[in-house]
Every structure is written in C-alpha cells, then in structure tokens.
Design a protein around this ligand. Sequence first.
Ligand SMILES: C[S@@+](CC[C@H](N)C(=O)[O-])C[C@H]1O[C@@H](n2cnc3c(N)ncnc32)[C@H](O)[C@@H]1O
Length: 244
Amino acid sequence: MSAKNAKPANITEIRPKVVFQAVERMYPAQNTEFTVNIPTSAIGGLTLLESSVLVSFIKLISPQEIFEFGTYMGATTLLFARNSQERTSIVTIDIDPSTTSTREGINEKEYLSDDAANDEYLKDIFSKHGAIYIDRAQKAIKQRVTQIHQDSTTIEPKAQNFLNRFDLIFIDGGHDFNTVKSDTKNALRMATDDAIIVWHDFRSQIHGDVTSFLNEFCKNHEIIHIQNTMLAFMLIGKHKEILS
Ligand SMILES: C[S@@+](CC[C@H](N)C(=O)[O-])C[C@H]1O[C@@H](n2cnc3c(N)ncnc32)[C@H](O)[C@@H]1O
C-alpha cells in the first residue's frame, strides 16, 4: 500500500501556533525574533513556516549541540547557527562528493514526480556546489559549524563520539525508507536524555517513504505532525512537557 493510500497513522496533529504559544509562554515580556535568508528558489529547502518552527524549538530548549542529516546548501545549518546561542555548535552531514557518483541531467518533470530521482538531483546539486550558505557566512558563524562528508548510513555514533550528545536533531538527508530508518536509529542513540528529533518531508507528495517510515515508527513512539508543514517530531525526556 502506498503512503498516500495508507490508513491514517496514530500521529498527533497540531497547528503551528501550538509551538508559537509555547514560545510566548517562555518569553512573555519580549519579542522573539529570528534571522533567516530569503528562501532559495531551488528545490529542497524549508518554507518560512517550517524555519520558524525549528527556530521556536531552539528558543524553547536552548540546545548546546545540534545535528543535521542532509546539509544540502546549508541554509538550515545557517538558520540553526544564527538563531542559537554563541555556545551552540552544529554538526551537519552530507555525502562525500569525492567518493559518491551522482546522476546528472535529471529534468524537472522527473525530480518533481519521482522520489529517487529527486534524491539523486539533490545529491548532484550538493556534489557540484557544496553548502554555499555556510561558505558565504561570517567566520564566527562558520566556526560553530562542523561539516562531515560521509554517507549517513555508515555513521558509527560511538566511534565518532556522537553518543548521547545532541539536543536537537534534524533528519533531512536521504529520503528512502532504509536511509530514514538508519538515520532515525542513529539519531535515537545520538540524542541527549532531553532532546527533540525532527523529520522533514513527512506527508511529502514526493518522498512517500518518510511518511511510510513514521507511520510504522509511531506505533512505538509518540510522533507529532505540524499542520501546513512537512515537519514531524518527537519529544524526549523533560521536553515532553514543552508544549503543555
Ligand atoms: C533535502 S536536502 C537537505 C536540505 C537541508 N537540510 C535544508 O534544510 O536546507 C537532502 C540532502 O541529503 C543528502 N543526502 C542524501 N542521501 C544521503 C546520505 N545517505 N548520507 C548523507 N547525506 C545524504 C543529499 O546530498 C542532500 O544534500
């Protein structure tokens, strides 16, 4: 059964304002601003609403360390760096362009309708241009970002010193079922005892596997979907109370 036709999974739906209300409760006497680039015209980035939700999570939990699966142009890496505290560091992973061959010349019709072609297209863009938003950032911001070039499915959290380390983890790398499953398994080991794990492309019209995976995963984990976005997340430890 395709993800689109599947019976609705037991995933809680909330409106974006539920997250914003939590921010208002935490900062009742001040404006809470965030810094963001004009969204890229290329595919593969976040909407402004999605960006504001991710920044809200940062405001709510003040993470020490953030991990991102899928750097791409680095726009969200930069969003994390610019909207967190100076002590916050960000580790972001994407494929190694020197060892990964990517398919070139994929046309728009193909990458907008086929999930595998879409992933190949994004990999190809990354291999050709790298994380341009990080490259163009100020030195002080760049210093807080560590880029890793490695297939995320080959991560060894213990050997790479990632165990129990990250307070916010964003899963937005390869979108096929096995990669999302592997990234999630690693994320659970890499998360601190009080953390938030966020997936992008949930209920995407293109990447059905993220939805299929989370429809399974939610049988044993409490997953929340934010309406009008492709974000789904799980709260760990004391952060389970963050929206109440
Ligand atoms: C949707 S883009 C990431 C977008 C980025 N997080 C943002 O918000 O701007 C997906 C990225 O995942 C990378 N990717 C795909 N498969 C991967 C894998 N197995 N390991 C590491 N990165 C992968 C692609 O090269 C691509 O750059």
